[in-house]
Design a protein around this ligand. Structure first.
Ligand code: HEM
Length: 504
């Protein structure tokens, strides 16, 4: 831990004499075997009713909490959205607690083939006719080849991670500031989206999208390709009288890939020429260039850009709510360390910022950017929640709703509260219950598991975002609201560094 003395009142995790700041569940208990409660209702009708509860009557969290309450269980049966006719079979076993959830990471027991989007898989025509890495189970040889290839690509870009991000963030902050000078409120999301796409494109292609057919607003072309693949999972928030129309348009039939064929061609051409050096390495992993390029597009535009679209606003949502004292604490830690390290943001410097590290993990815990995880049971299984065990039959689909699992009150104290220092000191051990990357934060992605290949990069970019922000600003204010799978953040003020007087 850093030698810096925190200037804020930290309760027990800092104090070695105090108990752990969490309640680890007891392992290997002999728990009673129970029938999984819940039902799927009448064919078709049951799934449509569940879908309406999910999108319109109860909302996402309400859907799960109502059933958890009704069945007095964190494991139950329900139909997952979107249901008919997009998904062939919407029947799932839902998991809501921190103990049962990790069964989804055990690829010896569950199969992760074609379940990246859940109970449906968008047409392979969105990805050049290929089933890209995210849809492959580790038992498929291509999984290992593609994931190893991407680990290699990431390793080759390691030295660029921080400096390239620094440049994109400067553009982001300049843009935010200039818009805020003209208007009282500025929607952060489009500014953030543009900067994060420019970052990932530059990182993998050594070029700005503006130097290719994608242009300076290339992320908008990517959005048009992304939306039809994920739109069945959300409601865009239409008024009540339009809900039926929305349900028919986006939740009932898949949106065909040919509608975005032209946009995908532009994306493909940009990557195919700009990413040549890394695409040339694909043959060393037994991969054809064409397949590697479609996979690189998915990794850049869906996995990374799609993830950052949710994560960056989420960082500011929670810090905005945390308020100016926490901004001052973070700024103090960040500036002290950067000063000690000679004014440069380095990997080593980031490791010396315990509050920053905890804040990023706390955001990923309280608001996991990818909230749904799915898998099929490879064999008959017995899973455990906190208080019972349940049999799941081979072939049944398991659906984990992660925001409940990582806010499990039997693991985390005050789970609904954003506690910036939650993972500091001894309580770092509790990262075992942080699952955002489809794996425990204490474990690592490998070519044989399904944990996010960009796990470390994601944590890094979130840290660097906050470091650069608090080197430049003392504090800020914003509002937030639910927006598709994440949040929309509106900045209402930005206070430049040095303006706020803090006790030294
Ligand atoms: C905020 C950003 C990101 C989030 C929230 C995120 C989250 C996830 C999650 C939850 C999964 C597992 C999905 C499942 O199978 O159920 C996943 C898989 C994956 N992610 Fe990420 N990810 C992010 C960024 C990245 C980045 C930066 C990369 C690489 C540069 C990446 C590459 C991948 C790949 C390749 C997979 C599939 C892994 C496999 O098949 O074994 N992701 N990601």
């Amino acid at each position: 831990m850093s030698s810096l003395t925190p200037a804020y009142p930290i309760p027990h995790p800092f104090d070695e004499e105090q108990p752990f700041f969490f309640n680890p569940p007891e392992d290997d208990q002999d728990l009673p075997l129970k029938e999984i409660p819940g039902s799927y209702g009448a064919p078709l009708i049951g799934a449509v009713l569940d879908r309406w509860d999910f999108y319109y009557n109860q909302g996402r969290d309400g859907f799960f909490s109502a059933r958890q309450e009704k069945y007095k269980s964190t494991v139950f049966r329900a139909n997952a959205p979107p249901g008919p006719f997009i998904a062939k079979d919407p029947k799932v076993v839902v998991l809501l607690d921190a103990v049962s959830f990790p069964i989804l990471f055990d690829t010896t027991k569950v199969e992760k083939k074609n379940v990246f989007d859940g109970t449906y898989m968008p047409s392979v025509n969105f990805t050049g006719g290929y089933r890209v890495l995210s849809f492959l189970d580790p038992s498929e040889p291509k999984h290992n080849a593609l994931k190893s290839y991407f680990f290699n690509v990431l390793a080759s870009k390691h030295d660029n991670f921080i400096p390239v991000l620094g440049k994109s963030l400067t553009e982001l902050f300049n843009n935010l500031e200039s818009q805020l000078a003209k208007s009282k409120e500025v929607n952060f999301n489009p500014i953030s989206d543009n900067a994060s796409f420019n970052y990932v494109f530059q990182l993998f292609c050594d070029k700005s999208p503006s130097e290719t057919g994608l242009g300076a607003q290339g992320n908008k072309t990517v959005d048009i390709w992304l939306v039809p693949q994920v739109i069945p999972l959300v409601s865009v928030g239409v008024p009540k009288f339009l809900q039926l129309v929305e349900d028919l348009l986006i939740h009932t039939f898949p949106i065909p890939a040919f509608l975005v064929k032209g946009k995908y061609k532009t994306i493909f051409e940009a990557f195919s020429s700009a990413a040549s050096p890394i695409l040339d390495q694909a043959k060393d992993f037994g991969l054809e260039r064409d397949e590697a390029c479609h996979n690189l597009i998915f990794l850049t535009c869906f996995n990374t850009y799609g993830g950052l679209k949710v994560l960056f606003p989420s960082l500011f949502k929670w810090l905005g709510r945390a308020g100016p004292t926490w901004h001052a604490n973070l700024a103090k830690e960040i500036r002290n360390v950067v000063k000690q390290e000679g004014g440069v943001v380095t990997f080593a410097a980031l490791e010396k910022m315990p509050l920053l590290k905890s804040v990023v993990y706390e955001v990923l815990r309280i608001d996991p950017p990818v909230p749904f995880q799915y898998a099929h049971a490879k064999e008959d299984l017995v899973i455990q929640s906190h208080d019972a065990s349940f049999k799941i039959k081979k072939g049944e689909m398991i659906f984990g709703y992660q925001p409940f699992a990582t806010k499990d009150p039997k693991v985390f104290e005050n789970p609904e509260t954003f506690v910036p220092y939650r993972f500091m000191g001894k309580a770092e051990a509790n990262l075992k219950y942080v699952y955002w990357s489809n794996g425990r934060e204490t474990e690592a992605p490998t070519a044989d598991n399904k944990q996010c290949a960009g796990r470390d990069l994601v944590v890094l970019v979130a840290r660097v975002m906050l470091v650069e922000f608090f080197l430049r600003y003392d504090t800020f204010t914003c509002t937030d609201e639910v927006f598709l799978v994440g949040s929309k953040v509106t900045f209402t003020s930005l206070t430049k560094a040095g303006t706020v007087k803090t006790k030294s």
